[in-house]
Design a protein around this ligand. Sequence first.
Ligand SMILES: [Zn+2]
Length: 387
Amino acid sequence: MPMRVPKGDQRLLRRHNRGLVLNLLRERGPLSRTELSQRTGLAPSVLTRLIRDLVAEGVVVESGKAESNGGRRPTLLELNPDYAHVIGLKVERARLLGARVDLGGRIRARAAVDLPEHPRPQRFLELAGQLAAELLRGKTLGVGIGVSGFVDAVRGVDLYSPILDWREVPISEPLARVTGLPVYLENDVNALTLAERWYGAGRAFRNFVCVTVGEGIGAGVVIGGELYRGAFGGAGEVGHMTIDPDGPRCRCGERGCLEVFASDRFLLRRAGELGYPDIGALAAAARDGDPAAQAAFQDMGRALGIGVKNLVNLLNPEAVVLGGERMEHQDLFLPAFEEEVRRHSFPKEAEILAIERAQLGEDGFLVGAAALVIREFFRLPTERARV
Ligand SMILES: [Zn+2]
């Protein structure tokens, strides 16, 4: 007598198989039915039924024929990026940026709204609701938000964001009430890291760190293909790792943090000392051959290299992906950065470590916020809940 599978388990199994197929198509599509069967281990009859349902639902589409070495050319299947869209929001100091993003990670529409300085949470929620409504069109799976600072992603609470002057501000639940959609909150650099993992420089790596350089210095950590958030979501706060315990005071109150030596504040101070009004002017002077201006960027690159070397020795990643707005001057600090990272890391690691530039630029923050929602769509029912 064949083994009977209880009804509830059958449903779970179907959802699990469905998730397997969708994830494969997301990562490696287009694929033929034969390839899907080989990679999932699902019996062709099970797969045929599953694909028929997914095509009828509109989430999978046939996308032409594969090459063949004789015989019938197999039909290729791929994910339909327009099956549904998601909304990604990025909170900046004075603006809220938004985008409608398809399931393939492409931005399909944009919108933005100015934020008052240190906005009251109630006002912020109104503006975020309006922006989401402006971007809403067709089937929409949810809203993802990236914000700098400490975030409790499980409860959807902004624990501490210095740029907004917020502490313990609930975001996900109230915004879900306003929009009628599920809302996912995450630290902005973590969101960016997710975007680079799925759609950018991190696609080729299962273990990497994504470091952003600009006003602050942040990092997202990917281990085994998944974002690593730490016990309370604070993993990757590299900006305040100590580089020199006797160094100048940092804005956080400690001394000699990485941000003191490698963030925009460092470059601004050096620009001021040399008589340049801003970082752009300092960079122009460096490119014009001013050795003092060149030294400022080299010092910054070296300090960043010391910080990243510590990460590399701790985590042994395959790659370091560098992003953030200061990358516009990468020609001036990357050589010193790379030399420092490779000089200090253990020899074998340093040899094979890839140093890559983030591919999505500033859009990565929006795509990453959207990816928080897309990740839920693709999550297998048997995987642990979102953390
Ligand atoms: Zn600090």
